[in-house]
Design a protein around this ligand. Structure first.
Ligand SMILES: C[S@@+](CC[C@H](N)C(=O)[O-])C[C@H]1O[C@@H](n2cnc3c(N)ncnc32)[C@H](O)[C@@H]1O
Length: 232
């Protein structure tokens, strides 16, 4: 169990070699509904394109990944750490390999053409003295915290509707002046739209306005009992 918990954090034994974890569409959609990006977006660790495909609904997108297998969406074999200016783009948006997250942000911001950078990290990416200095020295504009755990999963497993880690979108903007702001993403509707087929079977749950009866599967409230049991 311990391995499962640490593996998604970034350093577990079971962590995939190149950190291939799929970002579900609603996670990317939540960002794009809240933040505007002008010009070309480079998804520089694109995996199977789960994120890039959503981004391309909003902007022109260049996708690339270190890997060279058939599942890669976009340009294959591009190591962003060695080629951080390989493509001409105005923005970089990605879910990077977690262990190189800070390096990805630094290199993206060093690219003179890049105006905005958005990357998804676990919420604890915020903490620590090192991170304090890092954030103070970069134009962090906004942190968007997901109210619901995002089902970012190992690519070889089925996508499930839950997650172990609390994630946030971090947005840097080179034109932004001031302290970063914080917001929350509470997208039940957005999440439902992309819900995978793993919906729980419907339970016979009477609405709160209806009385409990044998017919709707719940025992009738005994006479004289002042408080109705809460049915959720
Ligand atoms: C956490 S996955 C995210 C995949 C995709 N961005 C998504 O959100 O669904 C990280 C991806 O980074 C790629 N990767 C790892 N190291 C890389 C590097 N140095 N340069 C470019 N891509 C890299 C992995 O192959 C993997 O596809």
């Amino acid at each position: 169990m311990k391995q499962k918990g640490t593996s998604i954090v970034g350093w577990g034994k079971n962590r995939q070699v190149v950190d291939w974890y799929i970002t579900p569409p609603q996670t990317t959609e939540s960002l794009m509904k809240r933040e505007k990006f002008e010009g070309i977006v480079w998804e520089c660790a694109s995996g199977d394109g789960s994120m890039a495909k959503v981004l391309s609904k909003y902007n022109a997108v260049i996708a690339s990944d270190l890997r060279t297998d058939d599942k890669v969406y976009g340009h294959k074999g591009i190591d962003f750490l060695k080629n951080p200016q390989r493509f001409e783009a105005d923005n970089i948006i990605t879910n990077p390999p977690f262990r190189y997250g800070k390096e990805f942000v630094e290199l993206a911001l060093k690219n003179p053409r890049i105006k905005k950078v958005a990357m998804i990290f676990k919420i604890s990416f915020l903490e620590g003295i090192g991170r304090y200095n890092f954030f103070k020295s970069t134009p962090l504009k906004k942190v968007l915290v997901f109210c619901r755990r995002q089902p970012i999963n190992n690519a070889s497993r089925e996508i499930k509707n839950s997650g172990l880690i609390a994630f946030c979108w971090f947005i840097w903007d080179k034109d932004y002046v001031g302290e970063p702001t914080i917001g929350w993403i509470n997208d039940k509707l957005c999440r439902d739209k992309f819900q995978t087929k793993l919906n729980k079977p419907k339970v016979n749950t009477p609405s709160l306005s209806k009385k409990n009866t044998k017919e709707n599967g719940f025992p009738p409230t005994p006479k004289g009992m002042g408080i109705q049991p809460t049915i959720l």
